[in-house]
Design a protein around this ligand. Structure first.
Ligand SMILES: Cc1ncc(COP(=O)(O)O)c(C=O)c1O
Length: 381
């Protein structure tokens, strides 16, 4: 979205002074005007009309506070981002009730995943991951020539924690995606604690990376974040992202919460100045915006229920989902279906072997899902 300051201010119908005055900025009124302005100012990609249900992004974007913060950071564009890192680290620490030394920033949580592989996986200490799960740690370890053990999910699409723990002996890192992408399943607090305790007992040197990218979308009451476990145990790390419920996938900010010693070890593998000033400003403004999170949770819940009902009514099994995407059992190879959807302007998830009969569909806006279900109806016959 091309945003010049003049364009931004005039498009919102506010004078520069009005925009700078805090009372004029809060509330949903500005949010609504911003949303209609974005709708009226499509990016080149939006102009193609493609409905993007392929990457589990938040279709609604980050909300007015983020855009205001980005505007305020324009003047820092010529500076390296070291200074504005401080406020974001402080805001994240405050949000989680942790010390600043427990926070590691990343250029998306993808950087956190990568640097954990670099820091903890070696030719002698393998990576334990799942199949399917988020591919980045496995792909990166393989690229580096590091051994990878992939444990299949069970017949309920859940990570097989018992089997993963049994492969952890001598591992450098265990990647535990909770909720899991792409299967959308989650493990409750008791199961997570038991699993971590078992890995810690059987393989004391192994680090456990709990990826909580979809944390805010979980409705299962038995689920809890593993952040308290990470604070208590130097071998447990939690990663989070601003790419999902916060709607900032294109801005690239994520972070880890870890014990001070572990965080220090991870910091050495960071790309210096890896998070840009605009993203730092937006994330600092958004991290404590509970109202925005609640709004996005509600939108996702409603639109996900609509999408689930469509597929179930059409006779398809839909997996449980604690995220902003659904897995649908097509009972046939999803690849031709994906291609046909693409030709009709609907991008859906990539293949996730060995589950190549399952289609992953990210939840878009209600309007997008209404249009997409018409295409699914046509393509699926
Ligand atoms: C489980 C999981 N972890 C990490 C990421 C990486 O996200 P980002 O680098 O945008 O924070 C993704 C992206 O889809 C994901 O699904």
């Amino acid at each position: 979205m091309p945003v010049s300051r003049r364009h931004f201010v005039s498009a919102l119908g506010l004078g520069g002074a009005g925009l700078l005055a805090p009372p004029a900025l809060g509330g949903r009124g500005l949010e609504a005007r911003l949303e209609s302005w974005i709708a009226a100012t499509p990016s080149p990609l939006q102009k193609t009309g493609l409905i993007r249900l392929d990457s589990n992004e938040n279709p609604n974007g980050p909300g007015a506070k983020a855009f205001e913060a980005i505007r305020a950071m324009f003047g820092e564009a010529n500076r390296y981002p070291d200074a504005p890192e401080g406020p974001l680290i402080a805001a994240i620490a405050k949000e989680h009730g942790v010390a600043e030394e427990n926070v590691v920033l990343g250029c998306g949580s993808g950087e956190i995943l990568r640097l954990c592989v670099e820091a903890f996986v070696s030719t002698a200490q393998h990576l334990v991951t799942a199949s399917p799960t988020f591919e980045l740690p496995g792909n990166f370890a393989r690229t580096m020539g590091r051994p990878v053990v992939s444990v299949p999910v069970d017949d309920k699409l859940r990570l097989d924690l018992g089997a993963m723990a049994s492969k952890a002996g001598g591992a450098g890192l265990l990647f535990f995606c909770n909720p899991n992408n792409p299967t959308a399943t989650v493990h409750g607090d008791a199961a997570v604690r038991e699993f971590i305790a078992r890995v810690r007992r059987d393989s004391p040197a192994t680090f456990i990376l709990v990826d909580e990218a979809y944390h805010e979308y979980v409705d299962d009451a038995s689920y809890k974040s593993a952040v308290p476990l990470a604070l208590a145990d130097p071998n447990v790390i939690v990663s989070r992202t601003f790419s999902k419920v916060f709607g900032m996938a294109g801005l690239r900010v994520g972070y880890a919460i870890a014990h001070r010693d572990t965080a220090n070890r991870m910091q050495r593998w960071r790309l210096g100045s890896g998070v840009n000033v605009l993203a730092l400003g937006a994330a600092t403004a958004m991290v404590s915006d509970r109202e925005h999170v609640a709004l996005e949770q509600r939108r996702n819940r409603e639109t996900k229920a609509f999408t689930r009902a469509f597929f179930e009514k059409a006779g398809y099994e839909v997996g449980p989902s604690e995220t902003n995407f659904l897995m649908i059992n097509l009972r046939r190879d999803m690849r031709p279906v994906r291609e046909a959807c693409g030709k009709e302007g609907i991008a859906v998830g990539r293949p996730f072997p060995p589950l190549t009969n399952w289609l992953r569909v990210s939840i878009g806006t209600m309007d997008e899902m209404q249009r997409a279900t018409e295409v699914f109806r046509k393509v699926l016959g």
